[in-house]
Design a protein around this ligand. Sequence first.
Ligand SMILES: Nc1ncnc2c1ncn2[C@@H]1O[C@H](COP(=O)(O)OP(=O)(O)O)[C@@H](O)[C@H]1O
Ligand SMILES: O=P(O)(O)OC[C@H]1O[C@](O)(COP(=O)(O)O)[C@@H](O)[C@@H]1O
Length: 315
Amino acid sequence: MTRRDGAGTPSHADVLTVTMNPAVDHTLTVEEPLREGEVARTDDAQFDAGGKGINVSQYLTALGVEAPATGFLGGPFGRMIAETLDDDGVARDFVEIDGRTRLNTTVLSPDGEYKINHNGPVVGREDVDALVERVRDRGPDRLVVAGSLPRGIDADVVDRLAGAGPWETAVDMGGSVLERLSGAYLVCKPNRSELGEATGRAVETVEDAASAAAELRERGYRYVLASLGADGALLVSESDALYAPALPVDVVDTVGAGDALLSGFLAGLARGEPIEDALRTAVVVAARVVSVSGTSVPAFDDVFENREQVTVTRV
Ligand SMILES: Nc1ncnc2c1ncn2[C@@H]1O[C@H](COP(=O)(O)OP(=O)(O)O)[C@@H](O)[C@H]1O
Ligand SMILES: O=P(O)(O)OC[C@H]1O[C@](O)(COP(=O)(O)O)[C@@H](O)[C@@H]1O
């Protein structure tokens, strides 16, 4: 029997996020480039509750949109994530699994950003059945399914979650998963390489990204929100392709940048913003998140007022 690892009685949610493969994010900053055979030492280490949907729940909650988190948690890192969500006031309703939730490591060194993501635990079909029930219990208006799939789970589970009720579903998953989905989705948020992987196209320029996003959109997405790193973001709908450059900020690291972009977009939609403004909000939220380390939640107080800083053009 699967166990419920969550706080409180299930209640309706505006947005519910699903993270099937959560992670504790371990961010280490070193002062010298890593050298083979040498021990690097640092006093600067940070642990955050992570995984794409969990980050979206944290960012949305901080942006004033109720967004409980569900998915699978297990082991000591799973307990740490649950405690962090409680401390941050993010409602949670996870299926407790026998496997251990993973630890993902980012090393920030003078020569760059190194990320190592563990593939995560094995999850069983009965855990998936329990997850579908959790989602039905909450009956959200919008569902966000984000992050990699744990071992034992195939892309059809995403279609199953999206099709289990009347909610609109956003997905932020790897290109090979996007390629295999067959349901109807509100939005997907590929980054440049995921967009290339999902379409088999080379994505170098903004124009390349717009063509690839338009092709991907036709496979069942109302919007494709493509993130292009320091080049900004692109929002493609049936009638439009809108491009917004990134805001010039001092970047600490880009962990959580894509999750922040999606959160800002969903927060804009939840507030009834027109699509163009939701794209602006998304870019401001992403700029805030890349300015802090790991997936810690920065101050979002003036995000909505500052969205006019973002210029949007038609591609
Ligand atoms: N170097 C940067 N400077 C400013 N903003 C950035 C930078 N890198 C990323 N961003 C912002 O974060 C968003 C998501 O970044 P990206 O790296 O494309 O996502 P992901 O984390 O999914 O790979 C971008 O669309 C942009 O708005
Ligand atoms: O599930 P994946 O693809 O391994 O990614 C998980 C990692 O991505 C993050 O959600 C950050 O994502 P982004 O940098 O793409 O926004 C981390 O919190 C987590 O460690």
